[in-house]
Write a new protein. Structure first.
Length: 98
C-alpha cells in the first residue's frame, strides 16, 4: 500500500514549496489517483477514511491542485479505458468527440 498523505499535510507542504511535482494516474477501474513527490519520497493522497482518494474526473484533480497552489503535474493515462469512442469511468460511460 502506498504511503498516504492527508489534504492538510499536502496543503502545508504546498505552502512551503516542498512539493516537487504532482502525479495523477488513471486507474483501470476508473477514476484518478493523486500522488506528490517531495524530495525522494512519493506520497499518495488519502481519503478521510484512510483509503486512497480516487477522483472521478481529471478536472476535479486539477482544480484541487490549483486551489492548493500546485501547478506542476504529470499525468499518466496508461490505464485509461477507451472502448471505441466511449470512455469508461467508474461504471459510467461517456462519448468521446472524435
Amino acid at each position: 500500500m502506498p504511503e498516504l498523505i492527508t489534504t492538510e499535510a499536502l496543503r502545508a507542504l504546498a505552502s512551503t514549496g516542498a512539493v516537487d511535482v504532482a502525479i495523477v494516474v488513471a486507474q483501470p477501474e476508473g477514476g484518478y489517483v493523486l500522488s506528490v513527490r517531495v524530495g525522494d519520497s512519493v506520497r499518495t493522497l488519502g481519503s478521510f477514511r484512510g483509503n486512497v482518494r480516487i477522483y472521478a474526473k481529471l478536472d476535479t484533480v486539477a482544480t484541487h491542485l490549483a486551489a492548493l497552489g500546485i501547478f506542476n503535474i504529470e499525468v499518466d493515462l496508461t490505464a485509461l479505458r477507451v472502448e471505441g469512442t466511449t470512455l469508461v469511468t467508474r461504471g459510467r460511460q461517456g462519448r468521446l468527440a472524435v
